[in-house]
Ligand binder design. Sequence first.
Ligand SMILES: CC(C)(COP(=O)(O)OP(=O)(O)OC[C@H]1O[C@@H](n2cnc3c(N)ncnc32)[C@H](O)[C@@H]1OP(=O)(O)O)[C@@H](O)C(=O)NCCC(=O)NCCSC(=O)CCC(=O)O
Ligand SMILES: N[C@@H](CCO)C(=O)O
Length: 306
Amino acid sequence: MPIKVPSELPALDGLLNENIFAMDNERALSQNIRPMNVGILNLMPNKIETELQILRLLSNTPLQIDIDLIRIDDSAPKNTPIAHMNAFYHTFNDIREKKYDGLIVTGAPLGNLEYEDVKYWDKMIDLMDWAKRNVQSTIYLCWAANAALYHFFGLQRKVRAEKLSGVFEHKVMDEKDSLMRGFDPMFWAPHSRVGDIPVSDYEQAEGIKILGLSSQAGVYLSATHDKRMIFITGHPEYDSQTLAGEYSRDIGQGLAPKVPVNYFQDDNPACDILVRWKSHGNLLFTNWLNYCVYQITPFDLNELAE
Ligand SMILES: CC(C)(COP(=O)(O)OP(=O)(O)OC[C@H]1O[C@@H](n2cnc3c(N)ncnc32)[C@H](O)[C@@H]1OP(=O)(O)O)[C@@H](O)C(=O)NCCC(=O)NCCSC(=O)CCC(=O)O
Ligand SMILES: N[C@@H](CCO)C(=O)O
């Protein structure tokens, strides 16, 4: 939450100079506060597990957040009971007349497919264009990040020869950016993808700022300058065991996956898991909620800038 200090307090200039959000009494008294409306479009096969992972990260602030779980259409998923979907999810068509303070679009295991071969690609385009007009800030995760960067900026994803799976160290590229508030200069985050956009393509794209970069995994975190779109190519929401589960699944499918990098102690699947990404994963979502959603969104969402 922003700290409220007297306008005359000398520290206020210091905080504002560091782009740390503070407010004086006048602003504080004029603030209207309401629950945030956040949608989660869940494209993951393990939907129920993903719900918990993302809700955990959204619950870590004093803000009241009204959540809508969203499905791209009303087709029956292969890996989640339809009863669960009917009980807890809205279809995109159900909610397209609404506006949201925040939206999270999850990853999907579709990196081996051409976008046009994804059965709901047309609906994804429709949803991304809708979000640009009707959501204050959208986080696109993993496959969705590559899809949005392709749709809005024409960045072509390349399919890696081998799946990038593991936990990688990243450098903060702008320590004064609000999304990076409180981050260590270097931080860890999981990746699990075959799709890859070269760093040079991000650098040449107009309107995208790289915020988290790994020498091994490439760009992890980038955003539009207005923070209306946040692109996270990794999985800060992953539980300790998620990469291990995917590794076992892919072995079971005969895909002969490599051992996730920097994940098991000594890179030995028989050893303990080195969990060192959760603090920054929580911080990233808390910063997003605070600085990209709560501090920016209009009290009346109908006044949202399109
Ligand atoms: C081609 C598929 C989608 C194979 O899918 P299968 O149906 O055989 O497996 P599954 O686990 O049952 O399906 C996983 C989910 O993908 C959905 N799915 C399958 N084919 C789809 C299509 N054409 N369009 C849209 N969704 C599709 C299924 O409905 C299911 O989601 P519902 O349960 O909701 O119905 C991909 O999972 C794959 O190549 N798997 C091999 C292992 C792997 O490489 N996986 C991930 C790579 S990493 C990755 O792709 C991350 C993103 C990225 O790299 O950009
Ligand atoms: N990488 C995940 C899918 C979402 O990124 C998987 O292997 O299932």
